[in-house]
Design a binder for this molecule. Structure first.
Ligand code: SAM
Ligand code: TMP
Ligand code: ZN
Length: 411
């Protein structure tokens, strides 16, 4: 971490954002390119700060959206069985509790390959996904999902309203935190929602990031790191109110936020309870943020030392899960193919390519057992339950997993 801290302007309230951690020059986290392709060369300074006024934690600089979300955006939401089940369960709940009128309408911002909306398509519920990345949008359309291949923002919301009428539910998973122009999004949602409608979104929870030292949640696409307090503030700026929060275990710890027009719904006790916890723990206080930055520096030292000593001992090491998150770890720690010769991943969109900046080849999961390595770094640690169960043979053959959150350890 450097002590040459900088300030920027808050994307929520225009207050002063004070930097608390710097990850240096980083590539785009999803720039999986063919070996030698210069398209992967783009770099930016990855640093994160906190707004002194509204407490929103956010990146210090913004990557233009078209560089990240385009036709070849490689992330496929349906790659995890667990996440498919997660979204199917939520779709059924929204159908039962919220989409109860004669002609309900649900909009999803960032529907990706249709992992959630395919459920509504199968049920014949009026729905629309707004998804700028063409390749994944085509995958959704192929499942019978109605998709608009564009960025959601205020002008898009106004068009959707004119064409389809008001939405009873607007939903976004792992997408709202990706969008620096969040004022335009919230104005759009406020315009699009029916009078009694709700905006539900789920994103990584900053309290979980601090508790787990999961600094790899910080990368180009994750612009905001929400808390109850900062979301409450942001909602009120747009005539909306945070009426419920629900902790989720997916993706290493998330919150599901429910917003409604101010005064239209009772506020669940969970909102005040979690806000009080944040206050008590000093979640965005200078002491907490300084401790987080120093824990992260320790993880870097320990992980590099471990990988170097395993190499010196002649042990084989591979990576598991070419996550966007792994870009921050690999580039911040300076880990390349000399320490991790390849990473296995289920996404066909990443296989045969190399990881951004660190140029580690990505191979299909079959390469993992051919033969099993001595050690595997679990970059997709947020899918640990699913992966450890499915790869039980690795552990049985004597293989060991290397984890690096909340600290570097071998299991
Ligand atoms: N909702 C899925 C999930 O939870 O698995 C996809 C999450 S993916 C990490 C983020 C998605 O947001 C990408 O498919 C990206 O193209 C989309 N996205 C980014 N900016 C957007 C915007 N302004 N409007 C709609 N979608 C956007
Ligand atoms: P995510 O952490 O952003 O969800 O990305 C998870 C990555 O890990 C994605 O590229 C798919 C990959 N993956 C596997 O290779 N095997 C698995 O079993 C799971 C669940 C994910
Ligand atoms: Zn602010």
């Amino acid at each position: 971490m450097n002590d040459n801290r900088k300030n920027s302007v808050c994307h929520v309230c225009a207050g002063v954002v004070r930097e608390f951690a710097d990850f240096g020059s980083q590539p785009l986290s999803d720039a999986f390119v063919l070996p030698g392709d210069p398209a992967g060369d783009f770099r930016f300074r990855l640093a994160v700060g906190v707004c002194e006024s509204c407490t929103m934690v956010q990146l210090m600089s913004e990557v233009p959206r078209d560089r990240m979300f385009h036709h070849d955006y490689p992330y496929l939401s349906s790659g995890s069985r667990f996440m498919r089940e997660h979204f199917a369960a939520l779709a059924a709940r929204l159908r039962r509790d919220e989409l109860t009128g004669p002609a309900p309408f649900v909009v999803e911002i960032g529907c990706n390959d249709g992992v959630m909306l395919e459920w509504f398509a199968a049920e014949g519920v009026h729905h629309l996904g707004v998804e700028p990345s063409g390749g994944v949008a085509q995958r959704a359309a192929a499942k019978g999902v109605q998709v608009r291949n564009t960025f959601f923002d205020e002008p898009t919301a106004v068009e959707v309203l004119a064409e389809h009428g008001p939405a009873d539910v607007v939903f976004a998973a792992n997408t709202l935190c990706h969008i620096p122009y969040i004022g335009s999004i919230l104005r759009g949602v406020a315009a699009l929602l029916s009078p009694g409608g709700i905006f539900v979104f789920e994103d990584p929870y900053f309290a979980d990031i601090v508790e787990r030292n999961s600094f790899d949640q910080i990368y180009d696409e994750h612009f905001f790191f929400f808390t109850v307090r900062s979301v409450q503030y942001m909602a009120l700026m747009h005539g909306l109110e945070l009426v419920d929060v629900e902790r989720l275990t997916v993706h290493g710890g998330e919150l599901r936020y429910t917003l409604a027009r101010k005064g239209t719904r009772a506020v669940a006790p969970a909102v005040a309870e979690l806000a009080a916890e944040e206050e008590l723990s000093g979640l965005t206080s200078p002491a907490t943020l300084t401790r987080f930055a120093s824990n992260v520096a320790q993880i870097r030292t320990d992980l590099v030392e471990l990988l170097r000593s395993l190499r010196a001992e002649g042990k084989s090491v591979v990576g598991y899960g070419a996550t966007a998150k792994s870009a921050t770890v690999l580039n911040f720690c300076g880990i390349g193919p000399d320490l991790v010769p390849f990473i296995c991943d289920t996404s066909v969109t990443k296989q045969g390519r190399v990881t951004p900046g660190s140029h580690i080849p990505v191979r299909p999961p079959a390469a993992f057992s051919d033969p099993y390595p001595d050690y595997a770094v679990l970059f997709a640690w947020n899918h640990a339950d699913e992966i450890l169960a499915k790869e039980i043979g690795f552990r049985e053959s004597g293989g060991r997993w290397i984890r690096y959150v909340p600290d570097v350890h071998i299991v």
